[in-house]
Design a protein around this ligand. Structure first.
Ligand SMILES: C[S@@+](CC[C@H](N)C(=O)[O-])C[C@H]1O[C@@H](n2cnc3c(N)ncnc32)[C@H](O)[C@@H]1O
Length: 115
């Protein structure tokens, strides 16, 4: 599994607590009427989308947050601490989705997100 450090991120900027999640309202709207038990977020970042979805969907049982950047994972882990019982963080490339789900014993997800 090839890992990339923060220097390879698209915007070349380090994460901070002010990192904004793009199109958060549209993201929430898309999943508004859906019941979600298991969700895969392939670009967890600082966890802004994850936090919003977990707050809007208390029925979520497992939120799998994947990112290849350890700095992003550190920030997301802090931000999502209130949801830690539901959160499964995996570090790596989302192209290894099958392997991650297999390791977690998950056969299918109700939604996924990559941005
Ligand atoms: C724009 S940020 C994500 C923002 C995040 N959804 C939020 O709410 O703040 C993009 C993230 O995707 C991660 N990323 C990009 N390509 C990836 C890949 N192939 N596999 C895993 N993570 C990836 C980057 O490390 C970065 O943390």
């Amino acid at each position: 599994m090839k890992e990339q450090s923060s220097e390879y991120r698209d915007n070349q900027q380090p994460y901070d607590d002010k990192h904004l999640s793009v199109m958060k309202e549209e993201f929430l709207e898309y999943f508004e009427e859906k019941e979600i038990k298991v969700f895969f977020d392939g670009t967890l970042g600082a966890g802004g989308h994850a936090e919003a979805l977990l707050q809007a969907h208390p029925e979520i049982e497992m939120y799998i947050g994947c990112d290849q950047d350890p700095q992003a994972i550190e920030l997301a882990s802090k931000r999502l601490a209130p949801f830690k019982e539901k959160l499964k963080i995996v570090r790596g490339n989302f192209e290894n989705l099958d392997q991650f789900l297999n390791d977690l014993g998950v056969e299918e997800v109700d939604g996924f997100f990559l941005t």
